[in-house]
Design a protein around this ligand. Structure first.
Ligand code: HEM
Length: 568
């Protein structure tokens, strides 16, 4: 008996409608197929003139494209990703590539030109952040926040409050906490008199995680978090660690589902999330109450030294200003309570993995390029003498920052930034011939197209960065030979922190952490690679230490060791 026999017969009175229904159904299918076909043909016309790759599914999602198998035309991940990152632009000899995707009704472009990237970042009338992308939606899981806010009024509202958080007190606190945590790391890893740091990436991310715990939430986080026993109340530090270690699951699955899933691991994630949010709300409310009490007593609140306190403080100030200006509080001034928590979660997410990984890559570069350790040491000695570096020196150690920026240029952390075209406009790009003769061109990008900035490829573009693959920190300083002459002054647009209105608002915070970490280590130790075997070449060591990094939520270092040797 065939399956068709199971379909009930159409009642007699309705049989006359069957042909009409079939025509209607066929019409809908034909309309769907034809409209998709026309849309696809129109996209093919839009990308004409550029090197184009075609696919069925989008294959550029970070974390996915480096992991899943390459299936030509269906999921051609290698078309969207190469290591070294510049290669996929080098081969077609164009720093603008186009992609068509059967399941996406818009043209997709990727640029590896830092000046085109600057154009896209800064021309806010032409491009805006593509907040509709799924990963952006997931990042709003714990509350609306600045990263997922739509360009314009919504972003301005978040930024007005968040900007107020990053004051001098926070930076000073960040410096001191890095210094304290470096001491903790040296002690816990038996490195005080020198020795092997077994997992550089694992240690540096722990440092920045502990720093955000203290500077973000005001909590002392230990090197190893003790686990609560069954029946004990889970504390903030453990809940914070659980959420931090399971961010991908936290993004993908609802909290209630995590709590009822049949494995202990998932239930712990769900419970950790619940407790983490409870603590965050309780802390935010108590800060607000504290500020309210001070105001009633006519006292001025001290500048907060933790980010949560700073957000609540900035929020209260925004409300106060609105009351003074309008006579009453504007209905949408500042952030809702949920948005305060959403932004705190973003600080946790954006604020430590990025910096921790950057410091790990900087250590690898310094171990492989010891001449730059000597240069930094000279700078530290000239500025601090025999004193240990402290926050008062932060503006006088530019080379200690430049080594971090250069490590980031060579191994970009955030990897891809996406914008959507608001209107039709011409996008500048370059092509070149076999002899390297460059032709400047423009391509018409239609409204609604997605434009991806391939930040690692922009930073390795040999037409803009001289000696693009060399580790040369001095390119980030304006003063040529004089390292103290200027900071963050590379002549080519540096896109690792993005640019324009959506550039990283935590950049200075990250920079202070990098300077504090690097100066505190190099003042006392030299750093050396640990060869895998006798006679291992520098190239092989470089591959093991740097090229082993994998793309995840951010670029994540592979497992490598270095040796710390105490300076005499
Ligand atoms: C080396 C370290 C860091 C790198 C490479 C980095 C990179 C970036 C990039 C590329 C963006 C733009 C993202 C986009 O447009 O989708 C961004 C935005 C942001 N970053 Fe960072 N970041 C770092 C450290 C930090 C730190 C330490 C914090 C906070 C403590 C932070 C907080 C933020 C926030 C809140 C935004 C959103 C800004 C906005 O949309 O206006 N970042 N970051």
């Amino acid at each position: 008996m065939s399956w068709i026999n199971y379909i009930p017969a159409v009642p007699e009175g309705y049989q006359k409608y069957v042909p009409h229904l079939m025509v209607l159904g066929g019409g809908i299918v034909a309309y769907y197929v034809l409209s998709n076909l026309f849309s696809y043909l129109s996209i093919l016309r839009q990308v004409k003139g550029l090197p184009v790759k075609h696919s069925f599914f989008p294959s550029y999602e970070q974390g996915l494209r480096a992991r899943v198998p390459h299936i030509p035309f269906i999921l051609p991940v290698k078309d969207y990703y190469s290591r070294p990152e510049w290669d996929r632009f080098e081969k077609p000899k164009s720093d603008l590539l186009a992609y068509t995707c059967m399941t996406q009704h818009r043209a997709i472009y990727w640029t590896a030109n830092p000046y085109t990237a600057q154009h896209i970042f800064t021309k806010i009338s032409l491009f805006e952040k593509a907040c509709f992308i799924p990963r952006m939606k997931s990042a709003a899981k714990f509350g609306g926040n600045i990263i997922v806010a739509q360009d314009g009024e919504e972003h301005k509202r978040h930024k007005a409050v968040i900007r107020g958080c990053f004051g001098e007190e926070i930076f000073r606190n960040a410096w001191d906490e890095v210094e304290n945590t470096v001491e903790m790391m040296l002690k816990e890893e038996n490195l005080i008199d020198g020795g092997i740091m077994e997992d550089v990436g694992g240690s540096t991310i722990k440092v920045t995680y502990i720093v955000i715990g203290k500077v973000g939430f005001g909590y002392e986080v230990p090197w190893v978090t003790p686990r609560t026993e069954r029946g004990e109340e889970m504390g903030f530090v453990e809940a914070y660690e659980i959420v931090d270690r399971s961010v991908l699951y936290q993004f993908m699955l609802p909290g209630w589902l995590l709590r009822i899933l049949p494995t202990k691991k998932f239930r712990r994630m769900g419970y950790g999330q619940k407790k983490f949010l409870e603590y965050c709300y309780a802390m935010a409310r108590s800060k607000r109450a504290e500020l309210g009490a001070l105001k009633e007593a006519g006292e001025k609140a001290k500048a907060p030294t933790d980010l949560l306190g700073a957000i609540v403080h900035a929020q209260v100030i925004a409300e106060e200003e609105s009351r003074v200006k309008n006579g009453s509080e504007a209905p949408h001034v500042g952030l809702t309570e949920e948005e305060v928590i959403g932004n705190m979660f973003i600080f946790l997410l954006a604020g430590h993995e990025t910096t921790g990984h950057t410091i790990a890559f900087t250590i690898a570069q310094l171990a492989l390029n010891p001449e730059w350790q000597d240069e930094c040491y000279k700078e530290i000695k000239a500025v601090c003498g025999d004193e240990k570096p402290s926050y008062r020196d932060v503006h006088r150690l530019p080379l200690c920052l430049a080594v971090g920026l250069e490590a980031m240029r060579l191994t970009d952390i955030v990897r891809q930034l996406f914008k959507v075209a608001k209107v039709d406009s011409m996008l500048p790009y370059n092509t070149w011939d076999d002899h390297g003769n460059v032709t400047r061109r423009e391509h018409l990008v239609k409204a609604g197209s997605l434009v991806y900035i391939d930040t690692p490829a922009c930073q390795l573009n040999p037409f803009h960065w001289e000696g693009a693959n060399d580790f040369n920190p001095r390119r980030h300083l304006s003063g040529g030979d004089d390292a103290r002459a200027g900071l963050n002054k590379s002549e080519v647009p540096f896109v690792a922190f993005s640019m324009g209105t959506r550039q990283c608002i935590g950049r200075r915070f990250a920079e202070v952490e990098i300077i504090s970490f690097i100066s505190s280590i190099l003042a006392r130790y030299t750093i050396h690679p640990v060869p895998a075997h006798k006679g291992e070449t520098k190239e092989k060591m470089k591959a093991r230490m740097l090229d082993s990094a994998v793309e995840d939520l951010t670029m994540t270092p592979g497992l490598f060791k270095v040796r710390f040797e105490k300076r005499k």
